[in-house]
Design a protein. Structure first.
Ligand SMILES: [Zn+2]
Length: 276
């Protein structure tokens, strides 16, 4: 995509924050656990629990989708690709039928222009699919894997679970299983970068970040049993305006970005721009 061919102004945004678990958590590995349980947790090469960037991005996307659909804005909308929930309009980024004509036309336009012409995608893709990605296009928001900050505090333990019959909601005594959990108090740093985003997309990101800040986040499995609750602390934001030569130069030559002093104010201002 040639970002300077369009009239919109684009930004690059980097957000860093610390997260701290206020409960134990279980981010399942799908394999047997180190503590001898049936369900282990995801671990890094040092055998420490870690949070894959893709998992964090999925949680962030869900948060933004939920808020976008709750706010019922005119031009900004979410199809709910991730949750399959909100089908107010049909988005070609999400679950369209294979024979959908618009999907094929948009895809053809994109391929034949080598990614330069995305007008059909922009017209027919929801705001969330455009920012986070869909089967049609790659997203422009990246989140790194998060590794533990206080490895010395890590304690692995095993919990018993009871199988629940999903239809009746009752427990099935015959199905007993156990799973590993990482303890409360573990800390991580999350780093996300949004590339070539519009002012409007910064508003979407701001919505999600402020929601995380106020409500915390739920990570991993068994969250309905009180696991996986984390709080967000120390958010920092830096950005560059790609239409400004001085900012672009400083970034390309020295990796410099403008750091915001008042993060809350910055996010509030972006939100005000999308919510009239
Ligand atoms: Zn969509």
């Amino acid at each position: 995509m040639n970002i300077f061919s369009k009239e919109s102004v684009y930004y690059r945004l980097k957000i860093e924050m610390k997260i701290r678990f206020v409960t134990a958590f279980h981010l399942g590995s799908g394999m047997e656990g180190e503590a001898g349980s049936d369900n282990g947790i995801m671990t890094d090469p040092n055998n420490m629990p870690f949070l894959p960037g893709s998992s964090i991005k999925g949680i962030f996307r869900s948060t933004v989708e939920r808020l976008v659909s709750a706010l019922r804005m005119e031009k900004i909308w979410a199809c709910g690709l991730q949750n399959g929930l909100y089908s107010t309009k049909s988005c070609i980024g999400g679950g369209v039928a294979k024979e959908n004509k618009t999907y094929h036309e948009a895809n053809k336009q994109y391929q034949e222009s080598n990614g330069d012409d995305i007008s059909l995608i922009e017209q027919n893709c929801c705001s969330v699919c455009q920012l986070f990605g869909s089967p049609l296009t790659a997203g422009r928001l990246y989140i790194d894997d998060a590794f533990i900050n206080n490895a010395e505090d890590f304690v692995l333990s095993k919990r018993d679970g009871v199988g629940i019959n999903r239809d009746s909601g009752t427990s099935m005594d015959s199905v007993k299983y156990d799973y590993d959990v990482a303890n409360t108090g573990l800390k991580y740093a999350i780093s996300m970068e949004a590339q070539e985003v519009t002012e409007q997309e910064m508003g979407l990101i701001a919505l999600g970040i402020l929601e995380w800040k106020h409500a915390g986040i739920r990570i991993g499995g068994k969250t309905t049993r009180g696991l996986g609750h984390a709080v967000i602390e120390d958010i920092s934001v830096s950005h560059i305006d790609l239409s400004r030569v001085d900012e672009r130069k400083a970034y390309l030559l020295k990796g410099e970005m403008k750091r915001e002093n008042n993060v809350d104010e910055f996010f509030q201002e972006k939100i005000d721009k999308i919510i009239a």
